[in-house]
Write a protein that binds this ligand. Structure first.
Ligand code: HEM
Length: 153
């Protein structure tokens, strides 16, 4: 019981961390880019990555060992939708991550990384879309936890 509760706790913590990281990225990508802001984006995006790996590992553990069992979730439409949405968020996050990682050499010399206005707008739109999909993930999570959408026998 305690392990299952701890797994749920870590899962929620990672979910909050992902939401917080995306909000910080969205806000930090507004306005002029500075060395300080660029550094914050690189660090927050790294934290986002760690939270995403954590939520996958703990999520799988909850599916297989701590909750209703893999057989249930694989026959639950909101769970399947949640996994598809989460994969979409993961794919969307690739471009911002590659961009932020490309800034490391400029930041090592305390220089503001080059970022064109339209590229900055595009990054913001991507992060915005990630946040919208995250809201849908949380909706699916609540539906699957309450047994809505189960199509197994
Ligand atoms: C951004 C990604 C994710 C978010 C925001 C998220 C969020 C949540 C939330 C809020 C709950 C609690 C639902 C409730 O009790 O009302 C939950 C439960 C759960 N999540 Fe996630 N989750 C994410 C990714 C994953 C992944 C990748 C997996 C599996 C690989 C997973 C598996 C589970 C399981 C098994 C439960 C327990 C459901 C139950 O009580 O039957 N989650 N998730």
């Amino acid at each position: 019981m305690l392990v299952s509760a701890l797994a749920a706790f870590i899962h929620h913590l990672a979910a909050f961390a992902i939401a917080a990281a995306l909000v910080v990225e969205l806000v930090t990508l507004r306005g002029e880019l500075t060395v300080e802001r660029a550094r914050r984006l690189v660090n927050v995006d790294a934290a986002y990555g760690i939270a995403a790996v954590t939520i996958i590992v703990v999520g799988i553990a909850r599916v297989v060992w701590f909750e209703k069992g893999a057989g249930y979730y694989l026959h639950d439409a909101p769970f399947v939708a949640k996994m598809i949405l989460f994969a979409a968020i993961g794919l969307l996050s690739i471009r911002p991550t590659i961009t932020f990682l490309s800034w490391r050499s400029a930041l090592a010399q305390n220089r503001v990384p080059a970022l064109a206005a339209d590229a900055q707008r595009r990054l913001r739109s991507i992060v915005h879309l990630e946040l919208v999909l995250l809201v849908l993930v949380i909706l699916c999570a609540a539906l699957m936890a309450k047994g809505v959408g189960f199509f197994g026998g």
